[in-house]
Design a protein around this ligand. Structure first.
Ligand SMILES: Cc1cc2nc3c(=O)[nH]c(=O)nc-3n(C[C@H](O)[C@H](O)[C@H](O)COP(=O)(O)OP(=O)(O)OC[C@H]3O[C@@H](n4cnc5c(N)ncnc54)[C@H](O)[C@@H]3O)c2cc1C
Length: 481
């Protein structure tokens, strides 16, 4: 057994752990970071950037979004079911955090909307390439470099195993090195930042009722199996509901040209297995709303349907809605993608010469679908009496062949589990802080209630970075006392 000592042990080096380590070291604490993976950055290496409210970028872009407005919007969205003090502290700190990151060399492209109905809170990290996925890895690199400069020690491929508590206070953390050696680090504070349990099928089933691979297709990033929440609960922290941070998915698209997912994400006809419409398809651009709708249908499946006229229109003019994730309005690769899916005997996409045949192939009620399409086509000549869809998106389905894709529930991973207060202190079921125990990021992300707040994008990475800092500040103060 190897024995080490630090004032604070940060468990994991995703954006919350990195931010906690930098902040605690800036505030004068000695810090050791334990990271299970071979690289730092966690899930955020796949993302694009954190939320900021009232930042200089927004002011420069003439975006009028105050902390007050965002806070009220957020609390109403969550029906006041979440910790208002924590939300307020996070939002209030978020603009300064953007500058804190800039001071260590992170550059931002500006503040962006995820989709037109959202607010421009998403601060996308500038890279040496065009705007796109993985941009936030540059932020993680800057945080890591800063932490090293401040003297933080990183033990990579060294998962934490247990938080030791003596006389009710944190006294140490045990870990196992990549060579299998047991490590015992004496410390006064531990900050848990292990990113939830998106890859833990059993925990997801137990806590949320979803079965991964059957009715839930979330990112299951290897290593994110709930270690932190289990360690925190064992050390005395209370438990909160664990949920999936939901975003809908066109299953089977990952291997296909982007035109396929792009076409089926557009606001065309969306039905359930009974062949009935299920929402105003305008709202499909909010992937959380769409996932919520899907999970309330039989077998948790919906179907997005287009005809050949819609496809031709899209190929000629570009799709209705693009986003920073699906950036390309050009979907001329759609036919090539569908052919690949068919050649691979995909069960996620269907093509047919009649609506009857399409319904039969996809497993949708034939008679109902025919009736729904007839009614929908009538709405296209007048107004959508059923769900009030914007006229500009009403395009009839008349010209064969017809194309259909399954829409499923997905998500980024889990959120929540560890009960914290606004200082990111882990608290017992009885709301008493466990001295020396802190938690940040996804493991402690209890602020969305039942639905991820996509209307203020960058929210989960924003929460990770800001709560990491809050935990780092609190822990540094605690160990200094
Ligand atoms: C594809 C994708 C895109 C995304 N894009 C965005 C975006 O643009 N904006 C946004 O706001 N959010 C985005 N998110 C969500 C965002 O990435 C997460 O909210 C954020 O990474 C959470 O940070 P974290 O530090 O809590 O956990 P993570 O980033 O998940 O990091 C957790 C870390 O814990 C480590 N770990 C696990 N167990 C142990 C252990 N026992 N000991 C030591 N280490 C351990 C893991 O190896 C990992 O490094 C995206 C997510 C995905 C999957």
């Amino acid at each position: 057994m190897k024995n080490l000592e630090a004032q604070i042990v940060v468990i994991a080096a995703g954006p919350s752990g990195l931010s906690a380590a930098v902040q605690a070291a800036e505030d004068g604490a000695s810090v050791i970071v334990l990271e299970k993976a071979a690289t730092v950055g966690g899930a955020a290496n796949m993302g694009m950037g954190p939320l900021g409210i009232g930042t200089k970028h927004q002011k420069r872009q003439m975006i009028d979004l105050s902390v007050e407005k965002a806070f009220n919007m957020f609390m109403e969205y969550t029906h006041y079911q979440v910790d208002a003090r924590l939300v307020k502290r996070y939002f209030e700190q978020s603009a300064e955090t953007i500058e804190w990151l800039e001071d260590m060399g992170v550059e931002f492209e500006g503040a962006f909307r995820y989709f037109p109905k959202s607010e421009a809170t998403w601060h996308i990290v500038k890279t040496d390439r065009a705007i796109g996925p993985r941009a936030a890895s540059f932020m993680n690199k800057a945080l890591y470099t800063k932490a090293l400069e401040l003297g933080v020690t990183f033990l990579m491929e060294t998962p934490a195993k247990k938080i030791l508590v003596e006389n009710g206070k944190v006294a140490g953390v045990t870990a196992v090195s990549k060579d299998g050696e047991e490590i015992m680090i004496s410390c006064k504070a531990a900050i848990v930042c292990t990113g939830g349990a998106g890859a833990n099928k059993e925990l997801i089933k137990q806590e949320t009722g979803f079965t991964q691979g059957e009715d839930m297709f979330n990112f299951a990033i290897p290593g994110l199996v709930g270690d932190g929440m289990k360690m925190a609960w064992d050390a005395g922290a209370g438990k909160t509901t664990v949920r999936i941070e939901m975003a809908a998915n066109i299953e089977g698209c990952d291997e296909l040209p982007q035109g396929v997912s792009n076409v089926f994400s557009q606001p065309n006809l969306l039905v359930n297995k009974y062949g009935k419409r299920v929402m105003n398809e305008d709202q499909m651009q909010n992937a959380t709303y769409l996932a919520n709708v899907v999970t309330h249908q039989k077998d948790r499946i919906c179907y997005s349907i287009v005809d050949t006229s819609i496809l031709k229109y899209y190929i000629r003019n570009g799709v209705d809605n693009v986003s920073l994730v699906r950036t390309n309005p050009d979907v001329s690769d759609f036919y090539e993608g569908i052919k690949i899916a068919q050649d691979n005997d995909s069960e996620d996409f269907f093509v047919a010469d009649t609506m009857e045949e399409l319904a039969e192939k996809a497993g949708i009620s034939v008679d109902n679908l025919i009736e729904t399409v007839d009614t929908y086509n009538d709405y296209c000549d007048s107004v959508d009496e059923e769900f009030f869809k914007d006229k500009k998106y009403l395009r009839p389905l008349k010209k064969a062949p017809f194309y259909c894709a399954k829409v499923r529930a997905g998500g980024y991973g889990t959120v929540g589990g560890v009960k914290i207060n606004e200082n990111c202190e882990a608290i017992t079921e009885d709301f008493e802080p466990v001295p020396g125990l802190y938690c940040a990021g996804t493991d402690a992300c209890n602020i969305y209630d039942d639905s991820y707040m996509f209307l203020l994008p960058g929210n989960s990475m924003g929460f990770a970075v800001n709560t990491g800092r809050i935990a780092g500040m609190g822990a540094a103060e605690f160990v200094g006392e």
